[in-house]
Write a protein that binds this ligand. Structure first.
Ligand code: FES
Ligand code: FES
Length: 163
């Protein structure tokens, strides 16, 4: 990372592709992902760490991108919902959200799915309590959460059956 005339150069990867950004240091990862990289699957809500819709995965952890300055992304690996689909199509968590009707308006869904992925990658046998605990920072105005938890449990079982 270098600092020239109040701008910084930041190098990191997004969805496994290298990215170099030259930008003002007071911008957030959320702003750069949406405005500079066009990754609008990352949603903007409260901008204040309360709603969770801006969640992405940074170095394997679910992170609220509205609260991360772009300089903090230096050298990291960032995954957004646009990077989740694999060679065989939708990720099992994406499929489970569809199959279990865990999506209504969809505004919270990318963040919900990424939070669930970070959890299941770290704890493939996450219980319902683990899931509820991991998702507590993600607000959904539509579904009432039951379907979301059921979808994540189904994805957990599907992912474990594949290994
Ligand atoms: Fe609400 Fe980031 S936009 S937590
Ligand atoms: Fe609408 Fe969650 S599906 S906010």
């Amino acid at each position: 990372m270098s600092n020239i005339e109040n701008k910084i150069e930041v190098s990191f990867t997004v969805n496994n592709k290298p990215v170099e950004i030259f930008t003002a240091p007071n911008r957030t990862l959320l702003e750069v992902l949406r405005e500079d990289l066009g990754l609008i699957g990352v949603k903007q809500g409260c901008d204040d760490s309360n709603c969770g819709v801006c969640t992405v995965i940074v170095d394997g952890k679910a992170v609220k991108s509205c609260c991360m300055l772009i300089g903090q992304a230096e050298g990291t690996s960032v995954i957004t919902i646009e990077g989740l689909e694999g060679e065989n199509g939708l990720h099992p968590i994406q499929k489970a959200f569809i199959d279990h009707f865990a999506i209504q308006c969809g505004f919270c869904t990318p963040a919900m799915i990424l939070s669930a992925k970070a959890l299941l990658d770290e704890n493939p046998n996450a219980t319902e309590d683990d899931i509820r605990e991991a998702m507590h920072g993600n607000i959904c105005r539509c579904t009432g959460y039951k379907k979301i938890v059921e979808a994540i449990e189904a994805a957990r079982d599907e992912m474990n059956a594949q290994v």
